[in-house]
Design a protein around this ligand. Structure first.
Ligand SMILES: [Cu+2]
Length: 197
């Protein structure tokens, strides 16, 4: 029997679901819940990489994410990335990132992120790296960062207007997929220079 188009589509959707399982890693640390810590693949000579996760604070007082430690990089900083005059810039949050009472903060490409500085090795897709997050009140929290393929994460150009530029500028390590066409997904050299560490 020949499968209908509907069946084929359903099969394809199920396949995608299996590739991206819904169960994200979750870590409880007192009243904090840390969800889905991950990093992304880096090219061989990369000096830095980005770390992403979200933190929910169920306490009635704020906490702060101030840094962390990983085995694959010298230091971990908390950074903020934002558009200023059409240029993507980032800076270290020297006092850490506030996790408001009863709030949730997302660290993601193009926004707040951890910055892994002084990479000791390229990050390989599918690898998992143990590390810790440092919070002002909750203290040290052990997590595992999953390494995701940066090229597989490029969103369609017409999806979210901010994303292609943000991802390309994000730590300047983004390598556009071989099939990429159009300037939108290419890292802009000026942006890269102005963002250098
Ligand atoms: Cu950064």
């Amino acid at each position: 029997m020949k499968p209908s188009l509907q069946q084929l589509t359903l099969t394809a959707l199920l396949g995608l679901t299996l590739l991206h399982p819904a169960q994200a890693r979750e870590y409880q640390a007192g009243t904090l819940v840390i969800t889905d810590p991950y990093t992304r693949t880096t090219p061989p000579a990369a000096a830095v990489g980005g770390g992403f996760l979200s933190v929910t604070n169920n306490a009635d007082t704020a906490d702060r994410l101030t840094g962390g430690q990983v085995d694959f990089a010298e230091t971990v900083e908390v950074h903020e990335m934002h558009m200023t005059d059409g240029v993507m810039k980032m800076r270290q949050l020297e006092n850490g990132l506030e996790i408001p009472a009863g709030g949730r903060v997302e660290l993601r490409p193009g926004g707040y992120h951890l910055m892994f500085i002084g990479l000791k090795e390229p990050l390989q897709a599918g690898a998992e790296h143990a590390g810790t997050l440092q919070f002002e009140k909750a203290g040290e929290v052990a997590v595992v960062f999953e390494v995701r393929d940066i090229n597989a994460m490029q969103p369609p150009a017409n999806n979210a207007p901010m994303n292609p530029a943000a991802m390309a500028a994000d730590h300047l390590q983004a390598q556009p997929p071989a099939s990429a066409s159009g300037a939108a997904t290419q890292a802009h050299p000026d942006t890269m220079n102005s963002n250098s560490q």
